[in-house]
Write a protein that binds this ligand. Sequence first.
Ligand code: MF3
Ligand code: CO
Ligand code: CO
Length: 290
Amino acid sequence: MLKTGRNDACWCGSGKKYKNCHLAFDQRIENYEIMGEEVPDHKMIKTPAQIQGIREAGIVNNQILDIVGEHIKAGISTQEINNLVHENTIRLGGIPAPLNFEGFPKSVCTSINDVVCHGIPTPERILKDGDIINVDVTTILNGYYADASRMYCIGKVSEEAEKLVRVTKESVDLGLKEARAWGHLGDIGAVISEYIYANGFTVVREIGGHGVGLEFHEEPWVSHIGTRGTDMLLVPGMVFTIEPMVNAGKADVVQDSKDGWTIYTKDGSLSAQWEYTILITEDGPEVLAR
Ligand code: MF3
Ligand code: CO
Ligand code: CO
């Protein structure tokens, strides 16, 4: 791609000349790069119009997860959750991103107990008292993607399950606080993993968060076991997910060889996950979907 000329229109769509808009911003990033930092390229920095589109997708995504929360209870099947997500997404003008994504057969992921993520809804799996379930909803609205997941406790769950769900949520909120412009992506994973291990749980290594917005999964990949001051520079306009998967037992996971999707804990222990889509701004992170 040719470098934008000083008097050309800025890439952000403001209509201003580049020299009066994002030139200084781009030079700041370039200086970090010269100093040896890993920096995002333009594809990872959203324009104000794109951010507004993702924000609106996030509002719909939040509404869908709220609706799930109102209906989820012992006795309903994961297929019924799927139908609830599918029908409400369409009603609100969106498209459920999981459906047919790389062959995924349903409109939402439902991951119960020892399922870490990517659980496939079925009419046979009925929620029962004591289950913990992650419902992971991704909405496409006007071409923009927002991705978030929540845990739901069904009836009375064990003390361990309750703690796992709570600590996982708390870790995402701690990670969020580290999502600072001109900080590092590794700061987020560092605080998350420190908090999780301090609470006696483990963090899944193989699956991470991701850039999101114009596609389902974009760069960068977001590790939940980072090191402070390392990994990509965080820059205003970046949109990505924080979505740690936290196991009560060992961190190892296995994939279902029959359906090719479902990820389980290897030792059969419980697993929890929460996911936000966030935007980096000069004034701190904005949660676009939660
Ligand atoms: N929503 C998941 C994530 O947080 C991805 C699910 S892929 C699917 O990245 F195909 F299983 F939907
Ligand atoms: Co995600
Ligand atoms: Co998700």
